[in-house]
Design a protein around this ligand. Structure first.
Ligand SMILES: Cc1cc2nc3c(=O)[nH]c(=O)nc-3n(C[C@H](O)[C@H](O)[C@H](O)COP(=O)(O)OP(=O)(O)OC[C@H]3O[C@@H](n4cnc5c(N)ncnc54)[C@H](O)[C@@H]3O)c2cc1C
Ligand code: SF4
Length: 522
């Protein structure tokens, strides 16, 4: 291998984990190579076209995975510079303090993390500053202590959502502004001429045509590339990693680019392909020193896959909902328990506004409920919610590779009772405030092929911990079994809590970045 193919650090995958790490290491002057299987997401009018995005799945990977019975499905996954953050909803929340400890759920135990919220807190603060999080502390009673205020004020509610906020408060609940990573500068509910974000209707699940969303490409990868020591290769699919004879050191990163095999090496190799693809890469890299897959003497690689129990719902109101930017409210009153249930239920958030085109993709189920309503009418009268509950890390929920090298995802649903109760609580509240208490289940946003959760919030397949028998990574996210291999995407999660995962992925990448800078002698 030529010297020019040797780097100080190689990072594989440029999403929330890898992109953030590249940004953090870039000023070090060390030679850094970012290998990304995708290209840049094209900037075009279809970015904001609901039919192109949700019905035709224009930006989704054209890839087939298989379930445990061998049935093919299309995962809800995107391969681009910036990873899945190119389409994410940018709800950037911290885990609650208790989420770092063992939590007893109706369906079992959510295990403790190897350190506390307090250890993680400084990185949450840095992550919020880096990703321009707009929010307000002191309203959500479940939030943990923070060493700094949010760097930006909360995104203002549209009048209809402000009404909902006031209604929930009247019911004695504690709605709070959903923390959002957004490049928005607004006054009186309108984007200022200086604002990148224009407060449009395409916030959730769409790419942003005008780079107004704090995604990993805009916030981290593009600025990292301004440093001459950082190089990005797109269209570079990493097939496998090879080790030296002892098996302790990754010596080769084998990638396919433009149909040709290429080889790279680095003093430090960081895998950050997303929880499913990182596990798959380690499993594909099995060798005589690592029979069951790289870094897998514990046999946990691929296991404990989590993705949240989540649902998208529309509540239909007799009054139209003219809201354009809807995703500004959340509610954690049922996060840990309810008045009639002593286990966690989960979090309620607003979802981006429904659109008639999206509903056409789901039409058969809808037509049965209210055939007399036109889909556009339903969309115009809907208020849209996202309900999210914790699923548990079951060792049989796992990623494996079939004999043809394809990804197999085995899922057994866990801990569903809390989610069902959360749905019932939302229905009850909506009935109390005069909204139609019939909630219409939405499936398109989640990905049509898997009923609960899709793969958007995938996590946990290469868990970290102090014990090499039960974890693949140490607390710095270095593989216990190897000296120069790290994993910094959502794979390291021990549990997934009931908040969206990205802020925790970003904060952890900054934490691991500090460790790597120290290791590099900086
Ligand atoms: C529609 C949608 C909405 C979402 N909304 C939110 C939200 O509101 N809040 C939130 O916190 N999270 C949200 N998420 C989840 C969030 O996007 C992910 O949790 C986050 O992007 C995961 O970060 P990651 O680094 O683990 O992986 P990714 O961001 O997926 O990055 C992995 C990268 O690795 C690349 N890659 C994969 N395999 C290889 C390989 N073999 N070789 C080279 N490169 C490879 C991929 O192309 C990708 O760029 C949402 C996701 C979706 C799909
Ligand atoms: S709301 Fe803002 S960030 Fe979202 S797509 Fe529109 S302009 Fe982009």
């Amino acid at each position: 291998m030529s010297a020019s193919n040797h780097y100080d650090v190689i990072i594989i995958g440029s999403g929330a984990g890898g992109g953030t790490l590249a940004y953090h290491l870039a000023p070090s002057g060390k030679r850094i190579l970012l290998l990304e299987r995708g290209g840049y997401l094209p900037r075009e009018k279809d970015n904001w076209d609901a039919k192109a995005v949700f019905v035709e799945s224009k930006y989704r990977a054209k890839e087939t995975w298989y379930d445990k019975d061998g049935k093919a499905f299309l995962p809800g996954i995107q391969y681009y510079v910036g990873g899945n953050t190119k389409v994410y909803g940018a709800a950037l929340l911290r885990f609650r303090e208790q989420d770092f400890s063992e939590v007893r759920h109706h369906g079992g135990i959510s295990p403790a993390w190897p350190f506390s919220y307090q250890d993680f807190e400084p990185y949450y603060t840095k992550a919020e500053q880096l990703y321009h999080v707009h929010g307000q502390r002191g309203i959500d009673p479940t939030e943990g202590p923070a060493s700094a205020p949010y760097p930006y004020p909360p995104v203002s509610h549209a009048p209809r959502i402000q009404e909902l906020f006031d209604d929930f408060k009247r019911l004695g609940r504690h709605p709070f502004p959903l923390p959002l990573g957004i490049l928005l500068d607004e006054a009186d509910g309108k984007a200022l001429h200086t604002s990148a974000c224009v407060r449009c209707a395409a916030f959730d699940g769409f790419p942003c045509l005008v780079n107004g969303k704090a995604d990993a490409q805009v916030i981290c990868v593009d600025p990292a590339l301004e440093h001459s020591n950082v190089e990005l290769l797109t269209g570079a699919y990493v097939e496998r990693l090879e080790t030296n004879a002892s098996g302790r050191v990754v010596t080769k990163v084998i990638a396919t680019r433009n149909g040709e095999e290429e080889q790279y090496s680095a003093d430090i190799v960081v895998v950050s392909c997303g929880a499913v693809n990182s596990a798959a890469l380690l499993l594909r890299s099995a060798n005589e020193k690592h029979f069951g897959g790289l870094a897998n003497s514990s046999d946990v690689v691929g296991r404990h896959y989590m993705r949240h129990n989540c649902s998208a719902f529309m509540a239909i109101s007799k009054d139209p909902n003219p809201t354009v930017f809807q995703k500004t409210l959340a509610l954690n009153d049922y996060y840990f328990r309810s008045d009639d249930w002593d286990y966690p239920l989960g979090e309620i958030q607003m979802l981006g506004k429904s659109d008639g085109e999206m509903l056409k993709g789901e039409a058969p189920g809808w037509a049965v409920w209210k055939p007399e309503f036109a889909l556009d009418y339903l969309a115009e009268h809907s208020i849209d919610f996202w309900l999210q509950s914790e699923d548990l890390p079951h060792s049989d929920n796992r990623v494996t590779i079939n004999p043809d090298g394809q990804i197999v995802l085995s899922i057994h649903e866990t801990n569903l009772e809390g989610h069902q109760r959360l749905t019932a609580k939302l229905k009850g509240m909506l009935g109390d405030i005069g909204l139609h208490d019939k909630l219409m289940h939405r499936s398109l946003y989640l990905g049509k092929d898997i009923p609960i959760g899709g793969t958007a919030h995938q996590a946990g397949t290469v868990r970290f911990g102090r014990d090499p028998k039960t974890s693949a990574l140490d607390i710095n996210c270095k593989a216990h079994d190897l000296d120069n291999l790290y994993v910094v995407d959502a794979s390291f999660f021990v549990s997934i809590a009931a908040v969206n995962p990205s802020l925790t992925i970003i904060a952890n990448a900054l934490r691991v970045g500090d460790h790597l800078l120290e290791r590099l002698g900086l």
